[in-house]
Design a protein around this ligand. Structure first.
Ligand code: COA
Length: 249
């Protein structure tokens, strides 16, 4: 199982469980994540969700091999049918607190999903990379709206255009990460934060999250980015970047 789900008390934990491939996300994984989030959103017994990952690294972004295989589907008329967009929609509209625990490398959607989380824990050595422009693509998951909103345009543009990773301490100083802890404490700290929310009124928490951001606005941006992203996937720059990764020795 590449996505492991556990329910404990009122907390649902989603664990990315593909460490041999740095937890790169496949269509099957997006589908499972989308289903688990949308079920948890509708389930009154679940009051918060946590996303963590197995192994040394949080997530290497989209699985590039799976990406290439799913290109036709991603480029079909109905964007919302593609597993990645089903996941992004479930993430955008998730009505309950979402906590992430990040260790090691986080790349692409492994970073942009954090912008949808309400609390983020990172290990001291976490390296967050947004290589979209270097791959000839545009940022996704609403990050062209959410990233500058969170850290300011200057930092966001430099991060996106220069390709250098942002380390955990910097991400915390910029307001993207709540706690920086030792690697072996990441998952436990994320769970503890989620459990700390259970004593609050679920209705009060849900309304507060609802007032703090407008999912319809975010979803509009996710879709607009998605239209351009899928056009650029077959650009010479993107094709060259993907084949360089696939053919590296
Ligand atoms: N898609 C598919 N496979 C991936 C992957 C991805 N995004 N990222 C890593 N993998 C695979 C590698 O091919 C390798 O598989 P193998 O052991 O069968 O050869 C395995 O995961 C380990 O990756 P490796 O590159 O050897 O680990 P590393 O520690 O040297 O580097 C990363 C880790 C994350 C820095 C590097 O793998 C990377 O840059 N990945 C691509 C990230 C990316 O561009 N994502 C797309 C964003 S839109």
């Amino acid at each position: 199982m590449d996505i492991v789900t556990e329910r404990e008390g009122g907390v649902l934990t989603l664990r990315l469980n593909r460490p041999a491939k740095k937890n790169a996300l496949t269509r099957a994984m997006y589908t499972d994540l989308a289903q688990a989030l949308s079920d948890a959103g509708d389930d009154d017994a679940i009051r918060a969700a946590v996303i963590v990952a197995e192994g040394d690294d949080f997530c290497a972004g989209n699985d590039i091999v799976d990406f290439a295989q799913g290109l036709a589907e991603l480029q079909s008329e109905n964007l919302e049918a593609a597993p990645v967009f089903r996941f992004l929609k479930a993430l955008t509209y998730f009505p309950k607190p979402l906590v992430a625990g990040v260790q090691g490398q986080a790349v692409g959607v492994g970073v942009t999903l954090l912008l949808h989380c309400d609390l983020v824990v990172a290990d001291e050595g976490a390296r967050l990379r947004l290589p979209f422009l270097q791959l000839g693509l545009v940022p996704e998951a609403g990050s062209t709206l959410l990233l500058p909103q969170r850290i300011g345009h200057a930092r966001a543009f430099e991060w996106l255009s220069q390709g250098a990773p942002v380390m955990a301490g910097q991400a915390q100083a910029w307001g993207l990460v709540n706690r920086v802890v030792a690697k072996d404490a990441v998952a436990a700290t994320a769970s503890e934060l989620a459990r700390s929310l259970l004593k609050l009124s679920p209705a009060a928490v849900r309304h507060t999250k609802g007032f703090m951001r407008d999912p319809d606005q975010v979803w509009q941006v996710v879709q607009a980015e998605g239209q351009v992203f899928r056009q650029l996937l077959t650009s010479p720059e993107a094709m060259a970047a993907f084949s360089a990764f696939l053919n590296r020795s």
